[in-house]
Ligand binder design. Structure first.
Ligand code: NAG
Ligand code: NAG
Ligand code: NAG
Ligand code: NAG
Ligand code: NAG
Ligand code: NAG
Ligand code: NAG
Ligand code: NAG
Ligand code: NAG
Ligand code: NAG
Ligand code: NAG
Ligand code: NAG
Length: 623
């Protein structure tokens, strides 16, 4: 019925073309839009306003005022911006009739059809963005003829088939984003003509073959993100001709051979991801000449030998002393990750704490010895410190937990001893504290309860004594607490179970005694999280007196709780202000598909490091 009405309307529209004469050519555009609408599924009625005017003799460019439609000065449709509208169905062939269309954005919708081949005849297009949908089939060819085309974004879809090689003829292209689909085949050699291309994103597909030598001809390239494919062979040395290159991501693939020394020629190069390939040989000393380099990830390869002096010259400054002038004011270190290497010796005593914007310090799983230098505690920028899995000893620097932005501090599996610094009233951001498997002793300070954002506290496997601080039950966000394998004594505090956010608790293998309070989450706690405390009884444990009333009801509750605890446990996620996964313009970002999340935050315009650790069920409060 509706279709019939629409058809009727369109007929009127066309008859008017003849009545009204030249000006009515705009009715063609108007009816084209109505036909485009008729093949869309629009559950939230975003395009409600797209309808034939009741007064047909009225304004003939009425469609220029419709949602998502912009016209040029002659009244022809110039821009269609229909992103984030929950649209699905089909992109109609009629779209080719919008001859003046220069901007098409249908990103962040729910399309799961294929794009019409006719899209390729829209040769006025300058920008096309179909990203963040579920489009299938091949990407239409033809846009190579669009001489003004500067930007194609087809990322995060389910496209298959080959990359459209005719795009090599669209020599105005500056940005090509085909990340996150199922494209196969190799990089078309025709792409070598794209001399203006600044951004090439092909990561997260099923592309194969070698990286073509011709890539060295794309002299404008600033960003190459082509990892997470099945590329093989060596990195062509011609990559050293890309003098504007700042960002190179070739992570995860089957690339092999040596890392080309020519990378050292790239003075703009800041970030290089080569992890999880099959590179062999040594790190070329020439890399030391890439003086803008602030991030280099070579992990999970077969690289041998020492880090050459020239590179150390660049990198040692990350470990000792002030930042060298050669690094430039604009590229100071934000993230130092040398975890899981074989670094030995001590952490240099001065320097790290004075790096002005160092946010992440990751030294985990090395062979480091000695103390954490006191100077780190002077940092105002650090938000993430992980020194777990070393042989560090002595006590923790007194004020380390007072670093104003510190959110995550992990120091497990070392030989730290002495007491925890009683500085909790000064740690406004701390959300995860893991000091497990050390030799820490003394009491757990009551002041820990002033850590208002603490979500996860792990002190297991130490020598803590004294009682569980009563104030723990007032901590607003504490969801996970592991105090197992210590020497804690006394009773479990009466209100403990009613801590507002507590989901997982492990108190096993201490010297606790007395009855387990029957309130809150303690009524459903898994008894395994209480075992090894000979003096504990009651609650979910065998009763303190001999009256055996182990109730089935408790058992059921317990199971429910354990399952919930498990779900929450695995769902603890790191969210940044940008979020791994969030809702924006009605569209879920799916960055985990291809790692480019890193690109977003590692960008120059970088905001402060915004990690917060939140329990899954609380995420909505943070949006
Ligand atoms: C989209 O096209 C397919 C195949 O041509 C058809 O079956 C389907 O009904 C169309 N959907 C809409 C909403 O027009
Ligand atoms: C355009 O739409 C707005 C509101 O949607 C309306 O107020 C305005 O009168 C319309 N203009 C024309 C020329 O139709
Ligand atoms: C018709 O509508 C367009 C778009 O809203 C507007 O720019 C134009 O001035 C209107 N023309 C008349 C004659 O009302
Ligand atoms: C899209 O759909 C979701 C759920 O179906 C709804 O919550 C959201 O508001 C819709 N967005 C728009 C822009 O209509
Ligand atoms: C398309 O629309 C989305 C959402 O509004 C926006 O984020 C994106 O930048 C747009 N694409 C282009 C190429 O303008
Ligand atoms: C392509 O679109 C996605 C999201 O729709 C966006 O995040 C990404 O930055 C875009 N690519 C480029 C090169 O702008
Ligand atoms: C590029 O354009 C040339 C000349 O117009 C044409 O011969 C060639 O087939 C085009 N290449 C592709 C891959 O479409
Ligand atoms: C593409 O890659 C994905 C993930 O790497 C894999 O599961 C899938 O089988 C591949 N598909 C093809 C057609 O090779
Ligand atoms: C590109 O690099 C190769 C190998 O590094 C070199 O032989 C060639 O001369 C360079 N081409 C240009 C145009 O600089
Ligand atoms: C890596 O290289 C080694 C020897 O060079 C080879 O045996 C192995 O199969 C390669 N692995 C991959 C994933 O290509
Ligand atoms: C580094 O660059 C300087 C000049 O910029 C050059 O003299 C030197 O040979 C280069 N070193 C390496 C190892 O390429
Ligand atoms: C640490 O050093 C010991 C010997 O001192 C060695 O056995 C061990 O493999 C080293 N660990 C790492 C991760 O290098």
């Amino acid at each position: 019925m509706q279709t019939l009405l629409l058809f009727f309307n369109i007929c009127i529209a066309f008859s008017l073309v003849f009545v009204e004469g030249v000006q009515s050519v705009h009715y063609e555009e108007l009816s084209t839009l109505l036909m485009i609408k008729s093949s869309l599924i629009d559950p939230s009625n975003q395009l409600e306003g797209w309808k034939m005017p009741s007064n047909a003799a009225g304004n003939q460019s009425l469609h220029c005022n419709w949602t998502g439609v912009w016209c040029n000065s002659e009244g022809f449709v110039d821009r269609l911006h229909l992103s984030g509208m929950n649209l699905s169905g089909n992109v109609s062939d009629h779209i080719q009739e919008l001859r003046s269309l220069s901007f098409l954005n249908i990103s962040c919708n729910m399309f799961d059809s294929s794009l019409p081949k006719s899209l390729g005849s829209l040769t006025s297009l300058k920008t096309i963005d179909v990203s963040q949908n579920n489009f299938i089939g091949s990407f239409p060819t033809g846009l190579g003829m669009a001489s003004g085309l500067t930007s194609v974004n087809a990322s995060s879809n389910n496209f298959s088939g080959y990359l459209p090689d005719d795009l090599g003829n669209a020599t105005s292209l500056e940005s090509l984003d085909f990340r996150g689909s199922f494209f196969v085949g190799s990089i078309p050699s025709s792409f070598k003509h794209l001399h203006k291309l600044k951004f090439l994103g092909l990561s997260g597909n099923n592309l194969t073959g070698r990286i073509p030598r011709e890539i060295g001809q794309l002299a404008s390239l600033e960003t190459i993100i082509i990892g997470y494919n099945e590329f093989e062979g060596e990195i062509p040395s011609e990559i050293g001709n890309l003098t504007n290159l700042q960002y190179l991501d070739l992570a995860v693939g089957s690339l092999s051979g040596q890392i080309p020394a020519e990378l050292g020629k790239l003075k703009q190069l800041e970030t290089v991801y080569l992890y999880k390939n099959n590179f062999t040989g040594k790190i070329p000393p020439e890399l030391g000449n890439a003086t803008s380099l602030v991030f280099l990830d070579l992990s999970d390869n077969q690289i041998s030998g020492e880090i050459p002096l020239e590179v150390l010259e660049l990198w040692k400054n990350f470990l000792t002393g002030p930042l060298p002038e050669s690094l430039g004011q604009n590229s100071p270190l934000q993230w130092l990750d040398v975890s899981s290497n074989s670094l030995s010796g001590e952490i240099p005593p001065v320097g790290l704490g004075s790096l002005p914007i160092l946010q992440r310090l990751e030294l985990a799983n090395n062979n480091l010895t000695g103390q954490i230098p006191d100077d780190i505690a002077l940092s105002t920028s650090l938000s993430f410190i992980d020194v777990s899995g070393n042989h560090l000893e002595s006590s923790l620097p007194y004020s380390i937990l007072s670093i104003p932005n510190l959110q995550i501090f992990m120091a497990s599996n070392n030989n730290f001893e002495g007491q925890i610094p009683d500085q909790f009233q000064d740690c406004p951001s701390l959300s995860l504290l893991d000091l497990s498997s050390n030799r820490l002793s003394g009491k757990i300070p009551e002041s820990i309860a002033s850590c208002e954002k603490l979500v996860n506290l792990n002190l297991q496997n130490n020598q803590f004594a004294g009682e569980i601080p009563k104030a723990i039950s007032t901590m607003p966000t504490l969801a996970m607490l592991d105090l197992s394998n210590n020497s804690l004594v006394g009773r479990i505090p009466a209100n403990f179970g009613t801590s507002p956010a507590l989901e997982m608790v492990n108190l096993s293998f201490n010297k606790l005694e007395g009855p387990v309070p029957s309130n809150g989450m303690l009524t459903t706690i898994n008894p395994n999280d209480l075992i090894g405390n000979a003096g504990l009884c009651g609650g979910v444990l065998p009763p303190c007196s001999t009256t055996s009333s182990a109730s089935k009801q408790h058992e059921n509750l317990r199971i429910k709780h354990v399952i919930m605890g498990f779900i929450i446990g695995v769902s603890i996620i790191l969210t940044s202000r940008d979020g791994f996964l969030h809702w924006e313009d009605g569209c879920i970002k799916r960055w985990y598909l291809y790692n480019s999340f890193f690109y977003d935050w590692h960008n120059k315009s970088n905001k402060e490091w915004p990690w917060t650790l939140v329990a899954f069920q609380r995420i909505s409060f943070h949006q």
